[in-house]
Design a protein around this ligand. Structure first.
Ligand SMILES: NC(=O)c1ccc[n+]([C@@H]2O[C@H](COP(=O)([O-])OP(=O)(O)OC[C@H]3O[C@@H](n4cnc5c(N)ncnc54)[C@H](O)[C@@H]3O)[C@@H](O)[C@H]2O)c1
Length: 242
């Protein structure tokens, strides 16, 4: 993928979090990033994503919004999810639509499909079948993405992110679901870059995992079309014979 002619202005919500910190540090040269979070800091502006007016103020003039702010814990209950994942996702989607940003990138999760049988490889065209309330909030985020793309010029890429970590999950985390869902740091950067810069219109759902040789989710035409070419493999990282 070639470098864009002018630097794109990209707002990142949840920029103080695990994925946000990586995105800001690795793509901050390529894009002009406005890093925002409810936990502000020297280089992070304060933005509580439930505040739709403040979202509009910050999104004005941006080329893209990468929406990462959420409670990412699949074990969360409604009291922990309602504000950030449900109300917040709506405010961000509505503000991005109102501000006519070219691209809204939503952090969804493979948890949207965890009620499918474990033997079935997940496909991006799968209808959501969450097995926990967190997954249901990510299905809501995807539904909002579809609404935005259907009613405005803002195109939306929803990323069904797997297990994000520097090394393949091991120990207590090393379950078959997690290892086959691994998303390495390098591939996460490639995924975010493709999601922001791809020319695709409308609403697109993409599986966000590394090129694991055994994988819980398909990596196919959609991922190629948006220009996502993962390189890491959980089994290669573990080493031969394991
Ligand atoms: N880490 C993973 O393996 C994984 C897997 C699938 C999906 N995701 C999704 O990716 C996104 C980022 O995940 P992460 O691992 O970086 O999570 P994280 O918890 O490290 O970061 C989330 C950030 O959002 C911020 N935040 C929470 N509520 C907010 C609010 N109301 N307004 C503004 N900011 C708020 C937090 O302060 C935090 O910095 C989340 O949407 C998560 O659901 C992550």
């Amino acid at each position: 993928m070639g470098a864009p002619s002018a630097k794109q202005v990209v707002v990142v919500t949840g920029a103080a979090g695990a994925i946000g910190t990586l995105v800001v540090s690795r793509l901050g040269q390529r894009w002009t990033i406005r890093a925002t979070d409810i936990r502000s800091g020297p280089s992070i502006e304060h933005l509580d994503v439930v505040d739709v007016d403040r979202c509009r103020t910050i999104f004005e003039g941006a080329d893209a919004v990468v929406h990462l702010a959420a409670n990412p814990d699949p074990a969360s209950d409604w009291s922990e999810l309602e504000v950030p994942n449900v109300v917040g996702a709506h405010a961000v989607a509505a503000a991005a639509r109102d501000c006519r940003v070219r691209r809204l990138v939503l952090a969804s999760s493979l948890q949207v499909g965890m009620a499918y049988p474990h033997t079935r490889q997940r496909r991006t065209e799968d209808a959501p079948r969450p097995a926990n309330l967190y997954g249901a909030t990510k299905a809501w985020a995807e539904a909002l993405g579809s609404w935005v793309a259907a009613t405005s010029d803002t195109s939306v890429v929803a990323l069904r992110i797997g297990f994000f970590s520097e090394r393949p999950p091991a120990g207590q985390n090393g379950t078959p679901d997690n290892v086959t869902a691994w998303l390495s740091h390098g591939d996460c950067v490639r995924l975010m870059q493709a999601a922001v810069e791809s020319k695709r219109d409308g609403f697109t759902v993409v599986n966000g995992i590394s090129a694991n040789r055994y994988r819980i989710a398909e990596l196919g035409e959609i991922e190629r079309e948006i220009g996502y070419a993962p390189v890491d493999d959980a089994w290669q990282a573990v080493g031969p014979g394991e």
